[in-house]
Design a protein around this ligand. Structure first.
Ligand code: DX5
Ligand code: ZN
Length: 222
């Protein structure tokens, strides 16, 4: 099996120098850049939107893995494409027309992803398995970095792994929330192909980014 991809969440970066932080994690070995967009409405926190993402775009050639925690989604899809998002992931609870939103993301030239909250069942993806390129399993309730991993999500990852294998499609299975060196080992053996991590990548400051990313990738325990 190929190595797990690491997508550092810039939610834990220094917001006063986001461009430099993205260059640092790129150099440190990040495979993608995870960008958490929050609207203070779908989740109880606010971050950033297309104008900031557009300004960040020149700082890395790695894919921008944009995680929308906003509602509605559809009116903003083109703005994220123009800003330089490569993968655009949203939550099915954000609107009633999940399939339409997936199609619109694809039509705008991005890869569509679907994010499942801890309380959202794996079966939500069944009708749209042919229309998604990424499944994001939330292992915390979305809104904040630095929360503890919810163990019950390991079972959901295993179920989704089987569904993807059965489909034969090349779908990234990504986990997001509370992933550190210890929980990385568990999610990797449950079948993820990509890990999002905020605190576990940025802790210790820039000198530690490369070691932190390597440790997550190898699933090494503390
Ligand atoms: C939470 C975000 C995550 C968050 C993860 O709503 O989707 O991407 O940044 O942070 P850690 O890795 O610190 O749990
Ligand atoms: Zn996220």
């Amino acid at each position: 099996m190929s190595e797990v991809l690491i997508s550092p969440s810039i939610l834990s970066a220094d917001f006063a120098e986001l461009g430099v932080e993205i260059q640092r994690i790129d150099t440190a070995g990040a495979d993608m850049i995870h960008i958490d967009v929050m609207d203070g409405h779908f989740v109880p926190n606010l971050t950033f939107g297309p104008p900031i993402i557009e300004k960040l775009r020149p700082h890395s050639k790695k894919p921008f893995d944009v995680h929308l925690m906003i509602t509605p989604v559809d009116p903003y899809i083109d703005a994220y494409a123009k800003a330089g998002a490569n993968i655009l992931t949203f939550h099915p609870e954000a609107g009633p027309h999940v399939h339409r939103t997936l199609q619109a993301i694809q039509a705008a030239g991005m890869k569509p992803g679907l994010a499942l909250n801890p309380g959202t069942p794996a079966e939500v993806i069944d009708p749209v398995l042919d229309d998604i390129d990424l499944i994001l399993v939330m292992s915390v309730n979305p809104g904040f970095g630095g929360q503890s991993f919810i163990d019950s999500q390991l079972r959901k990852i295993e179920v989704l792994r089987k569904k993807i294998d059965t489909s034969g499609r090349d779908i990234v299975l990504e986990v997001d929330g509370g992933v550190n060196r210890e929980t990385a080992a568990k999610v990797i053996s449950a079948g993820v192909t990509a890990i999002v991590a905020g605190s576990a990548v940025f802790r210790g400051g820039p000198d530690q980014y490369a070691a932190n990313i390597a440790a997550l990738r190898s699933g090494a325990s503390e």
